[in-house]
Design a protein around this ligand. Structure first.
Ligand code: TTP
Length: 190
């Protein structure tokens, strides 16, 4: 079986692949996340996922390399990770009481060619008071996460309901990814 590399520093993506019983190594990409203007959220996450996968694949051409990217889309805004407390507060205030979409793109690079796909999940937030938001920011959770929250952690408190793949919100649409990996001959160790 070919070697399989996760080109991501996200602990959540690593955990999801471990939970699915894959053998893989982690090589974090160091691309500066930058995309052209005017792209849709679906195009943005697939482009960034590809940039991450490609950077690692160029140095490991015998392997199958997975890159991924997650953003939050609300209206015309595409939200990545917050730079600071003020930005986290602004994002959470904007998302409060509304439904936004989480987009996660996945790119699989290999000698057989490259494959990209994405998943969109709609997430509805409860209306949040200033105190709710301040408490959530104090938890420290917003800072390495798109849209300034983590549904899998204390951020569960913010979420009224979701429509779509929960795991794509956490950072990797694992069921769809497993099906694509299978086509490339990468199967769980069971
Ligand atoms: C919305 C949401 C995002 N996130 C995370 C998933 C991603 O790790 C992160 C978005 O940042 P990304 O840039 O997609 O990924 P990353 O910087 O963590 O890792 P790498 O670029 O090396 O692959 O937000 C959650 O963990 N829970 C959530 O509910």
């Amino acid at each position: 079986m070919k070697s399989f590399i996760l080109a991501s520093g996200s602990p959540r993506r690593k955990e999801l692949l471990e939970q699915a019983h894959y053998s893989f190594s982690v090589k974090t990409s160091h691309v500066i996340e930058k995309v052209e203007e005017g792209l849709s959220p679906a195009e943005v996450v697939q482009q960034l996922a590809s940039q991450k996968a490609e950077e690692v694949w160029k140095k490991n051409k015998e392997a199958i390399v997975l890159g991924s990217d997650t953003v939050v889309a609300f209206g015309d805004e595409i939200l990545g990770k917050p730079e600071d407390k003020e930005e986290a507060q602004a994002m959470l205030t904007m998302l409060s009481g509304h439904t936004h979409s989480v987009y996660t793109g996945v790119a699989l690079y290999s000698q057989e060619g490259n494959k990209m796909f994405y998943e969109k999940t709609d997430v509805e937030f409860y209306s949040l008071s200033d105190d709710d938001i301040a408490m959530y920011i104090r938890s420290g959770e917003p800072f390495d996460k798109a849209g300034s929250y983590g549904i899998q952690g204390f951020g569960a408190y913010l979420v009224k309901r979701i429509i779509g793949d929960y795991f794509a919100v956490v950072g990797l649409p694992i069921a769809k990814t497993m099906r694509e990996l299978q086509k490339l001959g990468i199967t769980p160790n069971m």
